[in-house]
Design a protein around this ligand. Structure first.
Ligand code: PGA
Length: 246
C-alpha cells in the first residue's frame, strides 16, 4: 500500500514560543504508522530549531520556498544549500501564493525545483487553477502547462506534486473529493507523458481547505496520496485529528 502524506503548511505563522508549544503537544501523540508520513512546512527562521527538536521523531520538517540561485548578490534570498543545512528535508515550490503575490513564473519555479533536487531536498511542486480558469473550462490546460514547465526532462525520483485549486485555498470552499480524484487522474496522465514508466510512484496530494471533518473523503480516493493542509495545521490538536483520520 502506498504511503499517505499529511503535510502541514504554516505559511507566515509561528514564533519560537509557538513552535515549542506546538511540538510539546504534537510529538508525544504523533502516531507511528508505517503507511503515513507527516511533514510540516515552516518559516525559514524555525527550520533549525524545529528540525533539531524533531530529529528522533517521525515528523519531517521542510521549507516553504527557496531561491532559484545558488549564491551571490540576491539580497533577502535563501538558497537550497542554506535550507538543507538548516534541516529542511523538503520544500514547497510554486505555491499559488508565491505565483500570485510574488509573481513567480514557470521558468523560475523550474529552476527552484532543480536547486532543491541538487541539494537533496524533496520538492513539493504545487499546481492549480484559479476560479476564473475553471469557469472558462481551462483548468486542464492550465495544469498541463504548469506540470510540463515544472517537470519536463527531469527524473521522477523524490518529486511530490500538490494539486491545490486556487479557489479552494484559505476559502473554506474545498474541492469535492470527486473533483480532486478526477483532477489527480488527469495529472497522473500528464506525469505518465512526462516520466513514462514508473510515474505512478510520484505522489499527488490535494490541498485547499482540508480539515479534520473532510480529510477522510479525500484520502479514500484512490489517486489522492495525501493532503496539504494550511489553516488547519496551525493548531496541533486539529492537525493531530487530521493525522489520525489517515
Ligand atoms: P488552506 O491552505 O488549507 O488554509 O486552504 C492550503 C495551502 O495553501 O497549502
Amino acid at each position: 500500500m502506498k504511503q499517505k502524506l499529511i503535510i502541514g503548511n504554516w505559511k507566515m505563522h509561528g514564533t519560537f514560543a509557538q513552535a515549542r508549544l506546538y511540538l510539546d503537544v504534537l510529538l508525544p501523540k504523533l502516531p507511528n504508522k508505517e503507511n503515513v508520513q507527516v511533514m510540516l512546512s515552516v518559516p525559514f527562521t524555525l527550520l533549525s530549531t524545529m528540525s533539531e527538536k524533531t530529529k528522533n521523531s517521525f515528523l519531517k520538517i521542510g521549507a516553504q520556498n527557496l531561491s532559484e540561485e545558488l549564491e551571490g548578490a540576491f539580497t533577502g534570498e535563501v538558497s537550497s544549500r542554506m535550507i538543507q543545512e538548516a534541516g529542511a528535508s523538503f520544500v514547497l515550490i510554486g505555491h499559488s501564493e508565491r505565483r500570485r503575490l510574488f509573481h513567480e513564473t514557470g521558468p523560475q519555479i523550474r529552476r527552484k525545483i532543480e536547486q532543491a533536487l541538487s541539494a537533496g531536498i524533496q520538492p513539493i511542486v504545487c499546481v492549480g487553477e484559479t476560479a476564473q480558469e475553471r469557469q472558462e473550462g481551462r483548468e486542464k490546460d492550465v495544469l498541463r502547462k504548469q506540470l510540463q514547465e515544472a517537470l519536463d526532462g527531469l527524473s521522477l525520483e523524490n518529486i511530490i506534486v500538490a494539486y491545490e485549486p486556487v479557489w479552494a485555498i484559505g476559502t473554506g470552499q474545498n474541492a469535492s473529493p470527486e473533483i480532486a480524484e478526477e483532477i489527480h487522474c488527469f495529472c497522473r496522465g500528464i506525469l505518465k507523458e512526462i516520466f513514462g514508466a514508473g510515474s505512478d510512484q510520484v505522489p499527488i496530494v490535494y490541498g485547499g481547505s482540508v480539515k479534520d471533518s473532510n480529510v477522510a473523503g479525500f484520502l479514500s480516493q484512490s489517486n489522492v496520496d495525501g493532503v496539504l493542509v494550511g489553516g488547519a495545521s496551525l493548531d496541533p490538536e486539529s492537525f493531530l485529528r487530521i493525522i489520525q483520520s489517515s
